[in-house]
Design a protein around this ligand. Structure first.
Ligand code: GRG
Length: 288
């Protein structure tokens, strides 16, 4: 991560620490802190950079930035459960249900999801009631049964389907599972400023798909120590992915094309959007 990115990540972590401080030291509060620690903070950085482009002060933008990281952390805690992806390792650490137990992991995810809505609609975030309501409404849509949950459900259904998914089906699934939160993050800044989120939405749609392709590349080629999570799971499960359907080289080439498309969508912002272009390039070079 570059210098600016690590500074942003540190400020998001400090914000989450401060918000969680009054939660005390019970088991779920401890597990919430554990689950929101670490990670690349790609979604938070999208919020902060999009907000800066629209003249929104960072101390306000930290609220939706922390909100999307809490929502993302909830999804990872639940995804790691034995009834879903059954993973023992996340961000290089034992998953929440391994470190504590399954009930704690379910409750921790639930509490993080509630916290995400609290932070997205917090009065110290967006400075108009209209923008706060819009952030909460669009976050509900992105995370719910038309967005991330739908994508996750389609992914689980595919495991027992009688044929592998097609490329179009995988693209649709991933737009929900991974893409919806990424798009919300990129659009939060213009929404806070009551501006048109169109260009950042186009950027994020291309970026979200490139992000998922890179995730498939890491699963196919990476090592668990660098990735901080189990790898090789897709092939072992006989799962159709961008890599299995396109081949490794074509999948990587498609990710590069998508990053170019994402950068093109930023043309109206000129040089001010350089950090978002750098973030897009980072997304397809990452190994974790
Ligand atoms: C449980 C409703 C529900 C949804 C789960 C997010 C998700 C949906 C599943 C995670 C499985 C997975 C590996 C998805 C691929 C893309 C993804 C979300 C990767 C993890 O995000 P990163 O790389 O993680 O941004 P860090 O740790 O950096 O925050």
């Amino acid at each position: 991560m570059d210098g600016a990115g690590s500074g942003q990540a540190a400020r998001v972590q400090a914000h989450l620490d401060a918000v969680l401080e009054p939660f005390g030291n019970g088991t779920v509060a401890q597990a919430m802190r554990y689950a929101v620690s670490g990670g690349k903070r790609v979604r938070a950085r999208l919020v902060l950079d999009g907000a800066r482009l629209h003249g929104v002060a960072e101390d306000r933008a930290l609220w939706p930035a922390a909100a999307i990281e809490a929502m993302h952390a909830y999804s990872l805690v639940h995804d790691d459960l034995p009834c879903m992806d059954d993973d023992d390792l996340r961000r290089g650490q034992p998953t929440v249900h391994v470190r504590w137990d399954e009930a704690t992991a379910v409750l921790t995810g639930d509490a993080l999801q509630s916290l995400a809505f609290e932070m997205a609609s917090h009065p110290e975030g967006a400075d108009t009631a209209q923008a706060r309501a819009d952030l909460a409404l669009t976050l509900a849509r992105a995370a719910g049964g038309q967005g991330m949950v739908l994508g996750q459900a389609l992914d689980i259904a595919a495991e027992t389907a009688d044929r592998p998914l097609t490329l179009d089906e995988i693209t649709y699934l991933q737009a929900g599972k991974t893409g919806a939160l990424i798009e919300w993050a990129a659009c939060a800044g213009p929404r806070m400023a009551l501006a048109d989120p169109g260009p950042l939405s186009a950027y994020a749609q291309a970026l979200g798909l490139a992000f998922q392709i890179q995730d498939d590349v890491i699963d196919a080629t990476g090592d668990a120590a660098a990735a901080g999570k189990a790898v090789g799971k897709d092939a072992a499960a006989g799962k159709a992915t961008f890599v299995s359907l396109l081949g490794l080289a074509a999948a990587q080439s498609r990710a590069r094309t998508l990053v170019d498309r994402a950068c093109d969508a930023l043309s109206g912002y000129g040089k001010d959007a350089e950090s978002l272009r750098a973030l897009a390039r980072f997304v397809i070079s990452r190994q974790s």
